[in-house]
Write a protein that binds this ligand. Sequence first.
Ligand code: NDP
Length: 289
Amino acid sequence: MILLDGKATAQKKQIELKKTVDQLFLKTGIRPKLAVVLCGDYPPSQIYVRNKIKACQEVGIISDFIKLPSDITQSNLILEIEKLNQDPLIHGILVQMPLPKGLDSNLAIEAISEYKDVDGFSYSSLGRLMAKNSIVKSCTPLGIMRLLEEYKINVSGLNAAVVGRSTIVGLPMQMMLTHADATVTLCHSKTKNLSVILQQSDLVVVAMHQCRFLGQQDFKKGAIVIDVGIHPPGPQNAKISGDVRFEELENWAYAATPVPGGVGPMTIYALLENTVTLFKYQNKIDELV
Ligand code: NDP
């Protein structure tokens, strides 16, 4: 089985991206800048934000960390986002989810300018994706597409299944695979005979948030299995796990992502790539310099 190593791939691609960022700086005198907005003190969000800021530093992207109190009002949060929209030296804006209780995440996402929506979560970004006219694409599915490209896995003509239909993972994943000429079945909690569908699929992307739910018997022999799920250690799992029982895939799958070290690092890489894409879009730079 081929291990689809997201950690190594992200590191390699970040080195390439750093070269691009440095060339952009030489050409324009400015560096891409990402605003990272965190409301409150939710510990996992603090870790995610720290990792994203560290990754920015590694490739020469400037990050602006905006820490807001957990009791900030919706309108004040939107005012903060609007200030960032107006700042010409901010190229991407990320509002870390989940927001504290009482704040509406959709309103926050929709307040971000469509030209600075680095996560690709807004209605405009999702609509553009559907119409094949994206500025940026949602980070997790984009990271998965980049990982498949790195391993020269061509999805054209494959029967693919995506398990999960969230607007941040499952739906945009379905769209990107469709645009890449796969034939895609989108599965969710009301899907009947999930295993039957998966057993007919050459490629399966699992984003169902069900710890270690799927195993060897659910997949066709020789399938490519991408596990998006992340579960901290708990009663069912001694260590960080995904939605798939990865250890069962050896001698069964053609290729698979581990958890951790698979989709997670590629999602962070895609965030950096999107920041650079927005920088180029705002500065009207079409080609890679
Ligand atoms: P959501 O909880 O928003 O969506 C889960 C989806 O799975 C829903 O569409 C749900 O169906 C479906 N589902 C749940 N149970 C079943 C079942 N038994 N059979 C089939 N489908 C089922 O999750 P997200 O999309 O936000 O995230 C999915 C996972 O990916 C999570 O574990 C999350 O932590 C992880 N994640 C990892 C990232 C990374 O960088 N590695 C980034 C983003 C997320 P229905 O719509 O019918 O309820």
